[in-house]
Structure formats: structure tokens, C-alpha cells
Design a protein around this ligand. Structure first.
Ligand code: PNS
Length: 191
């Protein structure tokens, strides 16, 4: 186990099973792992920082060496304020590598003593990203297996109007089918 603090920074909007997998792997390697949510006011996130913090805290409650926090500004400055020695980031596919390499080298330029460590989540999550989860959920699609159950529930609550609309449409279709069935019955009787 690596002594000292590692930081796993990100947006976590929302936390996916891939994130959770990486947190569990990181917790086995680092003495202390701080999952740090960026408080970015420029982006318009789906979940507030407080909501993301709450979900992550609930999901990692059993991992005793994992702490959830938020940060603003430069990540390396935040890392220094915690005396962290490593940054943990996940790489799912080659496509992630270019961006991650650029970020790791920029962070090294800003703070040469801070090492970036890359870990791979389980291959079954290699296509899962927060952005795609949001997209699928917003369009009313299923996200089961892609996100933890608590996140799935929060997504459902957040997108309630869409889900309700889908239910109403479903009822309309069922009503129409029932109406057609009754009409067919009447026609049969007359004949
Ligand atoms: O989950 P994400 O959105 O890929 O995480 C990106 C994050 C939060 C790790 C990155 O944007 C970041 O560290 N932002 C803080 C500002 C900063 O330090 N920028 C320079 C990094 S090269």
C-alpha cells in the first residue's frame, strides 16, 4: 500500500459504476484516497455539488480510507493544501489517453512533486461515462448496471417530468388499444 494521500478529482456528474470501481481499486492501493469534486460554476451540471457529495458519501460509506471533498481552482493547489502525493485518474480506452496525458503533464509542470497514477476500471465499464449516462437517462432510456442504484434513483427523481410524460403516453396508448378492442367487440356483435 502506498503511504500518504492520493486525490481522485473529477466532476462525478453523476457517479458511474466505472468511478466506483476505480475508487475501490484506488482504496486498496493508497493509504488515504480523497475523492474531490470540482466546484465548477461555469458548467451547468445536472446534479448540484451538494447532491454529488451526498451520493458519493453514501456510496463510499464502507470504505474507511476514502473521504469525499470538493475543490475549486487549480487541482494541484488543492492537492498541496492536503499534502497529497498522487493524483489518481482512470483510463478506459485509448481515446481517454490523449486528454489525460495532456492534463497529467500540465499538472506536472505546475507541481513537479505530484505524480499522476492511472488505473483501468473493469472492462465491463469501459464505455460508461457520466455524459452518456446523462444523455441516455434524459432521453428516458435505462441506465441500470451503468450507475449505482442510488444514482439511478436520483436520476429518476431529477427527470421525473420526463418519466411522467412517458407514463402518460403509455397510458394513452393502452387506452387507445382498449378503445379499439371495445369497438371491435361492438362490430362483431352487430354482425
Ligand atoms: O471528471 P472530469 O470532468 O474529467 O474531471 C476533470 C478535472 C476536474 C480533473 C479537471 O478539469 C481539473 O482538475 N480541473 C481543475 C482545474 C485545473 O487544475 N486545471 C488544470 C488541469 S490540467
Amino acid at each position: 500500500m502506498h503511504k500518504g494521500i492520493a486525490i481522485y478529482p473529477g466532476s462525478f456528474d453523476p457517479t458511474t459504476n466505472g468511478h466506483l470501481d476505480l475508487i475501490e481499486r484506488g482504496a486498496k492501493i493508497f493509504e488515504e484516497l480523497v475523492v474531490a469534486i470540482l466546484r465548477n460554476t461555469e458548467k451547468s451540471p445536472m446534479f448540484s455539488v451538494a447532491e454529488r457529495l451526498g451520493m458519493l458519501r453514501e456510496l463510499t460509506a464502507d470504505l474507511k480510507n476514502v473521504r469525499i471533498d470538493t475543490f475549486d481552482g487549480l487541482m494541484v493547489e488543492y492537492a498541496k493544501s492536503l499534502d497529497a502525493t498522487c493524483i489518481l485518474r482512470g483510463i478506459r480506452a485509448i481515446s481517454d489517453y490523449e486528454y489525460e496525458l495532456q492534463m497529467a503533464l500540465m499538472n506536472r509542470k505546475l507541481e513537479p512533486t505530484l505524480e499522476t497514477v492511472f488505473m483501468m476500471p473493469a472492462d465491463k465499464y469501459s464505455y460508461v461515462s457520466s455524459r452518456l449516462v446523462r444523455e441516455v437517462a434524459q432521453a428516458g432510456g435505462p441506465v441500470k448496471g451503468l450507475v449505482p442504484e442510488v444514482v439511478e434513483q436520483k436520476l429518476r427523481e431529477k427527470l421525473d417530468p420526463a418519466y411522467k410524460l412517458r407514463d402518460v403516453r403509455m397510458l394513452e396508448v393502452l387506452d387507445r388499444k382498449e378503445f379499439d378492442r371495445q369497438e371491435r367487440k361492438k362490430r362483431k356483435k352487430k354482425a
